[in-house]
Design a protein around this ligand. Structure first.
Ligand code: GAR
Length: 186
C-alpha cells in the first residue's frame, strides 16, 4: 500500500475520479489539501471519508503555507502527491522534498497553453488536435517530464462546453490509471 495526497483548489472532479479508482486498489488517498476554503473538493472528500485540510496562503509567505502542507503530508505518510487543479506554484524546497514524486495534470497538450486557462486557450486556438498532459512537476509553471499525453481531433463545430466535457473525460480516465501505475512501483 502506498499513500497518495491530492492537492486541489476547486471543483475536485479529478480528485473524485482518483478517489473512486484508488478505493478499488491496494493504495490509498491519504488526504486532500486545498488552498481555498470554499473548494467543492471538500464535499467530495467527505463523501469518501478522506481527511481534508484547508491551508490558507493569505497574509503569509508561500514558504509558510508550504510548511503547513509539508507537516500534513508527513503526518499522513505520503508517498506520492497529485496536483489536481491546484492553482499555485510550489517552491523548489517543497518539490525537492519529494523528488520525482509530485505529478500534475493539465488540460492542454503542453508546452502549449500552460497556466490557468488551458481549456479556453486550446478551444480558441486553431489547433485541430486538443488534449491533456500528465507530467512530473519541476520548478516551472506546468513544466516537467511528460508521463503521458492523450489527445483527440475536434471537428470544429463543437461548443466550449463540449470541448470542456471531452477534456475532463480524458482527464478522469487517464489520471487515476497513471497514478495507480506509479503507486504500484513505490
Ligand atoms: C483540470 O482540468 C486540471 O487539468 C486543471 O484544473 C482543472 C481542475 O478541475 N489544472 C490546471 O489547469 C493546472 N494548470 P477539477 O477541480 O474538476 O479536477
Amino acid at each position: 500500500m502506498a499513500g497518495l495526497a491530492v492537492l486541489a483548489s476547486g471543483s475536485g472532479s479529478n480528485f473524485e475520479a482518483i478517489a473512486g479508482q484508488l478505493k478499488k486498489s491496494a493504495h490509498k488517498v491519504v488526504c486532500l489539501i486545498c488552498d481555498r476554503k470554499d473548494a467543492y473538493a471538500f464535499t467530495r472528500a467527505e463523501k469518501y471519508g478522506i481527511p481534508s485540510y484547508f491551508v490558507g496562503y493569505k497574509n503569509r509567505t508561500r514558504g509558510e503555507a508550504e510548511t503547513e502542507i509539508a507537516s500534513i503530508l508527513t503526518a499522513h505518510n505520503t508517498d506520492l502527491i497529485a496536483l489536481a487543479g491546484f492553482m499555485r506554484l510550489l517552491t523548489p524546497e517543497l518539490i525537492d522534498r519529494f523528488p520525482g514524486r509530485i505529478i500534475n495534470i493539465h488540460p492542454s497538450l503542453l508546452p502549449k497553453y500552460p497556466g490557468t486557462h488551458g481549456i479556453i486557450e486550446s478551444f480558441e486556438s486553431e489547433d485541430r488536435e486538443l488534449g491533456i498532459t500528465i507530467h512530473r512537476v519541476d520548478y516551472g509553471l506546468d513544466t516537467g517530464p511528460v508521463i503521458v499525453q492523450k489527445s483527440f481531433t475536434r471537428g470544429g463545430n463543437e461548443t466550449l462546453e463540449q470541448i470542456e466535457k471531452k477534456i475532463h473525460e480524458l482527464e478522469h480516465q487517464s489520471y487515476p490509471a497513471v497514478l495507480l501505475d506509479i503507486l504500484d512501483e513505490i
